[in-house]
Design a protein around this ligand. Sequence first.
Ligand SMILES: [Zn+2]
Length: 405
Amino acid sequence: MTERLYYSDSYLTAFDAAVLRVVTHEGRHAAVLDRTAFYPTSGGQPFDTGHLGTARVVDVVDTEDGEILHIFEGELECGIVAAGDRQLQMVQGTIDWNRRFEHMQQHTGQHVLSAAFDRVVGARTESFHLGSASSTIDLNRTVSAADIERAENEANRIVWEDHPVTVRFATAEEAAGLPLRKESARTGTLRLIEIAGFDISACGGTHVAGTGAIGTIAVASSERFRGGTRVEFVCGVRTLKGYRALRDAMAASVRLVSVLPSELADGIARLQAEAKDMKRQIKDLQTRLAGFDGAALADSAQLYGSVRAVVAAVEGSDPAGLKALASTITARNGHVAALFSAPAPAAAIISRAADASVDCAALLKTLIARFGGKGGGRPDLAQGGGLQGATDEIVAFAREQLLRL
Ligand SMILES: [Zn+2]
């Protein structure tokens, strides 16, 4: 069994310990010490990081038989100390305080928030998870936004009143006579965390010494979860980090939209409506422009045997644009349109007026046979794409073929 120094002092950041063994755990080196201030992942709270001498502690694991494994990287250098007729390999452990304190704020904040939900709206906490950016508690029933606000208000009142948070150990019988928020399933000695005048819970985690050190408890979001509610929250330094992230995002957004923060949603809705309106206007203008361009092209039609045809490449046009132009041309009696996009690979539209006698599909077939690509259609309308070659050559070849028909 490793002696857990954090049980009685969660503010201890440096300690001396004897290295009992170095073992291999899942392919990594792990040190077993006689005592430690390192918190192992358990009870919803993540492990501490830090150093053993100069070796970096990257994970801390609680084993089933009560030992704590310190997974480390680098060389574990020990000092030899004589203890009676034995020699002890001693090492100094130091934990990363910023990470630990952040966890202590979140964990103690969880006790306060869970107790507030219990007292104010009668919702019990089923489980707790401390994540890398935010934490969650799962409540046993659904709660409203107003319920959440009432519990959040109560939790922060307890924070601002700065209630002492103390640890004590009790037998199961002693604990049975105390108003524990949740019955503990553990047997033997229980570690009880008491928030003076507010809450007693059995817990093995690390906590701040007074609720004031939690700083702030803020609910970030909530969602329905397994018949109850999952509440996401942040405490202390994470509230500040979250506030800064929101402030920066908000400042950048209001600069772009040129409104006050309170007007941002309306400002974005207005911009979206304007963009939608503009898209509609552009589409109308494109349709009208195609009409003018099509009429100009139709005026340039030349005689090919019995039909008047426009055979041309249109720079920067797409299949839909070519089709719009072709329909303006073939609205005229006896007219044929053979239009290509440019540059290659070319899209092709070949169509005719109802009274023209050209087989558009056959003409496209000869073009594809010569320039590649694919496509097809009917005698009155054919379309294709992927024709490779110089635009001039494609147009010249199409004119030759029209003369032969
Ligand atoms: Zn706890």
